[in-house]
Each structure stands twice: as structure tokens, then as C-alpha cells.
Design a protein around this ligand. Sequence first.
Ligand code: CA2
Length: 154
Amino acid sequence: MTSLLVLNGPNLNLLGTRKPEVYGSTSLDDVRESCRRQAEELGLDLDFRQSNHEGELIDRIHACGQEVRAGLSIGAVYNPGGHTHTSIALRDAIEGVELPVIEVHISNVHAREEFRHHSYISPVARGVVVGFGVLGYRLAVTGLYELARQEGRL
Ligand code: CA2
């Protein structure tokens, strides 16, 4: 079965435990379950991951790029967390394997501190979903799925 990667960067394992006024009270396990149900409805396998380690995230992006080339995956929904604003290496990884990515942010980064307004990832993403809370993951999955259909990859 064709798969879909939902990738989460540093500190997103803390979701639902702290800062509910910014990130809500839903846990990352709840997000995983919601994505699992949505993937099932769409007839896709779900690969849901979180890592606090940049190299691990880069390796996963490379692997997913190969899966897309082989027709085994439609790409990734990616919340890069703090790496959004710092990581040229993650941007290069996405660009390097031409991975179809929908970038997602739970909070409206543009309504927050200025250092959150710039993303190294957005220029290499196919789309960006910002500020819808954890609903953004579902919107991003829908967007990635529709792009894959439009492009004849599903
Ligand atoms: O809004 C988002 O989804 C972010 O990607 C979350 C990142 C932040 O650095 C970005 O600017 C925007 C932070 C993820 C850490 O999440 C936490 C969740 C609960 C408690 C503490 C951190």
C-alpha cells in the first residue's frame, strides 16, 4: 500500500503537556491517532515519527524521497518545530531528494516573535499550513493527498 510520512521535529513530543495557550492540549499521540484514521480513510499507510535529532530527521527525509521515487509514498507532512527557523541542512535534504512536503505549524508563527516569521523550509515546501492548531495536520494530509492525485502519483 502507498504510504504517507508525518514527521515532527524537536520538542513536539511535549505537545499537550505544556504551553496549552500556544499549542493546545492535544498530545502527539492524539495527533498520531487522528492521522492514522485519516490515512486509513484515504487508503494510505501511515509512517508517523518524531525526533529531537537533526541527523535522524535528515535520514528519514532521504529515505522518504527514495520511497516517493519508487512510487511507494506520496511524500511528507512535516512540522519542523524550531528547526524551521534555523536549519539549512533540513532544507537541503528536502530539496536534494525533491521530497513533496507540506509544512505545518500548529501556532500562527507570524503572530509570534519575529524570529519565528522566517522559515528555511517554506521555499522548498509544496504548501504551508499555519495557525490552525492540530487541525493543521489533517488539512496538510488532505493537501498532500490531493496534490499526489492531481500529479498522477496515486
Ligand atoms: O507552531 C508550531 O507548530 C511550531 O513549529 C512549534 C515549534 C516552534 O519552535 C515553531 O516556531 C512553531 C515548537 C515545538 C515545541 O512544542 C512544544 C509543545 C509543548 C510545550 C513546549 C513545546
